[in-house]
Ligand binder design. Structure first.
Ligand SMILES: [Zn+2]
Length: 455
């Protein structure tokens, strides 16, 4: 195998003054500032309202292409996609050469023609990006190499889970339903680190079929009989009927995974976790929400499905509230979304793929200023801010900067910034040779297709 856990205290980045308290970084896909603002104003998001009033809050500029796979890897590494290597959901191989999604869509005419023909004939090999393709260290790995304890739950491209001093609950754990309940041998596929964590988490997951009619009535207003059909529907991406119970269950599972990990690793210095339901709800039902134009939905549809989006925002509010109850007086929290949502035009409808709709960022805890707006922050600034809060030096290779504007004067005084290092050094290679089980690969592709990312 040849993999050590981590070289704790890698020269140059080793932690010198260990930060007080833990730092939580919660990623929530697709939170839009205009929805957050209205809902806070209406008193519908008490926890986000508290984060804003007691901490720092502002929009987070995003980058094009606003592709979640690329963006969450950028947020975690603070690097451009040409450096971290994840420029889309997947890449292609033809006759031993590697091609990106952009070669297929926007490359020279000859290349596009060649790739499309090859795809039609079935010669084009498709590979989904995973942890082995991420060339730069995500911030939890930097922390771990510096001698801190770090854990991550469900972040993009954390599978296969590499050995670490803390824990990794990989993003493939949520596709568990396709692994089959009886086939436990397949679970030995780096879904978590340590591997035994997967066995502990397994009984905790919320399966789509575990949701009750009452659970779903919060999101959609339909007679019980019709709702029952929702719960019995097979997974079908980008259709509310085929997806609602899957994404609601997924984020519930995720919270339980996070909870269990926090119980188990209560000495972690940094914990990052990723939730996704607001983005999926917006893809399925934004046109029925109060922020959509009336002509894009019938009054009946608005009545039935108008709450889907706001309810997922409320879910996130409740989830954060429960997490904050677990936090000690020294702990800090950053909440970040990778992009918002927008109306593009009649043909393309509502999405986030065009026009770079901004996401949001919140920072709360004794490390941060109180009631301060965050200005001119972008997705590249998250990783530099996280390492600064952990008392680690920035990398000169970062695209962005630490958001000094959010730091409390006392924190800056007690923890002066360290001299940046030229880089964090190479990532340890992750043992290759584990294949994505075919059922999972099929489901991920279907899922991405549903979001309109893949054809
Ligand atoms: Zn996203």
């Amino acid at each position: 195998m040849g993999e050590g856990v981590t070289d704790a205290g890698r020269p140059g980045i080793a932690v010198r003054d260990r930060p007080e308290g833990r730092l939580f970084v919660i990623g929530i896909d697709g939170l839009a500032p205009f929805i957050i603002d209205t809902m806070i104003e209406q008193g519908e998001l008490p926890v986000f309202g508290r984060l804003q009033a007691e901490g720092c809050y502002g929009p987070l500029r995003t980058i094009s292409p606003t592709n979640s796979s690329l963006l969450w890897t950028t947020i975690a590494t603070g690097r451009h996609h040409r450096d971290h290597g994840v420029d889309h959901f997947r890449y292609y191989r033809l006759f031993g050469r590697r091609y990106s999604h952009f070669d297929l869509r926007k490359g020279p005419w000859v290349t596009k023609r060649l790739l499309r023909t090859a795809r039609m004939l079935g010669f084009l090999r498709t590979t989904l990006f995973d942890n082995r393709h991420v060339r730069e260290m995500p911030f939890w790995e930097v922390a771990s190499h510096a001698g801190l304890r770090a854990g991550v739950v469900n972040w993009w491209h954390t599978w296969p889970a590499p050995p670490t001093d803390g824990f990794v609950v990989s993003d493939r754990l949520l596709y568990w339903r396709n692994l089959g309940d009886r086939d436990s041998s397949r679970l030995r596929s780096r879904l978590t680190y340590p591997e035994k964590l997967a066995q502990e988490l397994r009984p905790l997951r919320c399966r789509p079929e575990d949701l009750t009619i009452g659970d779903l009535q919060r999101y959609v207003r339909l007679p019980e009989k019709e709702l029952r059909r929702f719960t019995e529907a097979e997974y079908r991406a980008n259709s509310l009927r085929g997806e609602l119970h899957f994404f609601v269950a997924a984020d519930r599972s995720c919270e339980r995974f996070l909870d269990h990990s926090l119980d188990t690793y209560d000495d972690a210095d940094l914990v990052a976790a990723y939730f996704r339901s607001p983005d999926l709800a917006q893809h399925c039902a934004f046109q029925h929400s109060a922020w959509a134009q009336e002509r894009h939905s019938t009054p009946e549809e608005r009545e039935q499905f108008g709450n889907v989006v706001v309810e997922t925002y409320r879910d996130m509010d409740l989830m954060l509230g429960r997490l904050m109850e677990r936090m000690g007086p020294e702990d800090g929290l950053i909440v970040v979304s990778d992009h918002g949502f927008t109306f593009v035009d009649e043909r393309r409808g509502y999405c986030h793929r065009y026009g770079e709709p901004p996401g949001v960022i919140f920072a709360w805890g004794p490390q941060f200023r109180e009631g301060a707006p965050i200005e001119a922050a972008d997705v590249y600034d998250v990783a530099p801010t996280v390492v600064r809060l952990l008392g680690l030096p920035a990398s000169q290779q970062f695209e962005g900067h630490c958001l000094e504007q959010v730091l409390a004067p006392r924190f800056i005084e007690e923890h002066p910034a360290r001299v940046p290092v030229p880089g964090y050094g190479p990532r340890r290679p992750i043992r290759s040779g584990i294949r994505t089980p075919p059922g999972i690969e099929k489901e991920i592709l279907e899922h991405l297709r549903g979001l309109g990312y893949l054809k």
